[in-house]
Design a protein around this ligand. Sequence first.
Ligand code: ZN
Ligand code: ZN
Length: 135
Amino acid sequence: MTHLSGKCLCGNVSFSADTDIKLMANCHCSDCRAATGAAYGTLLFVEADALQVTGSPKVFKHTADSGADMEKHFCPDCGSQLFGKNSNRANMVSVRAGVVEQTDLIKPAVNVYMSSKIPSTPVDPELKGFDKMPG
Ligand SMILES: [Zn+2]
Ligand SMILES: [Zn+2]
């Protein structure tokens, strides 16, 4: 069991969770790159029920290349990306590592969507890499 907390840039949306982190991944997909404006997104996957949100994030819905219905939850005031949902993993929520206060916990285990990464992005050779999202 791990305690996670964090907030967006302006502080109008905050969250906390006491939960196990199921998976931590660096995602190099073009959706994460566009949503965050960063070279890749680092995601922590936790059980959706464990996440307590304060404030009212706006939700953007789109369809992934897998056909899954995706949601991006972001602060309507400052634009910070906080959470994501994927209809293929309905009971899970992904939290963007950049908004997590417990930075010592951020240890991605894998790189996913390596097929769409920016060529110059440095990659830890110790981590397993996947072309897409492993099943
Ligand atoms: Zn905000
Ligand atoms: Zn992604």
